[in-house]
Design a protein around this ligand. Sequence first.
Ligand SMILES: C[S@@+](CC[C@H](N)C(=O)[O-])C[C@H]1O[C@@H](n2cnc3c(N)ncnc32)[C@H](O)[C@@H]1O
Length: 211
Amino acid sequence: MSQKIWDDYFQWYYEANTWKFTFYRGVRTLKFPADMWNYQEILFEHAIDNVIETGTRHGGSALYLSDMLSVRNPNGRVYSIDIDDSERAYSNHPNIHFLIGSSADEAMVHRVTQLMGENRGKIMLMLDSDHSCEHVLKELELWVPFLRSGDYLIVEDGCVNGHPVRKEHGPGPWEAVEIFLKKFPDLLVHDRVRETKFGATAAPNGYFIRK
Ligand SMILES: C[S@@+](CC[C@H](N)C(=O)[O-])C[C@H]1O[C@@H](n2cnc3c(N)ncnc32)[C@H](O)[C@@H]1O
């Protein structure tokens, strides 16, 4: 099937604002359902033990990831970081560790490293906070060195800046990934099979495995 069909479908989905009113267990999540399905497949296929998410917002994606993770690894935790918790729909969850602060702050990486400890197992890192190129590049430079071989990285919302939506956005996650890969060509393997599995994704140029 041609890419244009998927792009047209995703453009319809995005412009209809469906992504703004998608819920998991009653909590809003700004995710594309086909990506959600990919995420739980990745948790099991890659035997992920813990998840780090930048950008909590309402907490729907953290709740979903924590539910899926708790089946795979009952001791696993989701570490979910946001600079602002005013929109979060719930305050506490036994398997989610909420952290307040910037994901582009080196101290945040140290904090999460300490909380996880040495025996952290396999990690899925999901970047879904500020979608400016500058911020995502900073996140990549801070967090990718924290990953170990076999850990999984998702960079959300590469779809903006005309890939294929919001042409007016300006450089975003897609462009940050391009800059990062040019600077560090040997750190990440692009998991294109996973990324294209369901045709459309909100995270084009966003699925990677740490070499
Ligand atoms: C796209 S929303 C997250 C959506 C959520 N992951 C979901 O799928 O439901 C982006 C969030 O990133 C947060 N954010 C913006 N700048 C940030 C920063 N520098 N550090 C951490 N979080 C930030 C915003 O407050 C907002 O809640």
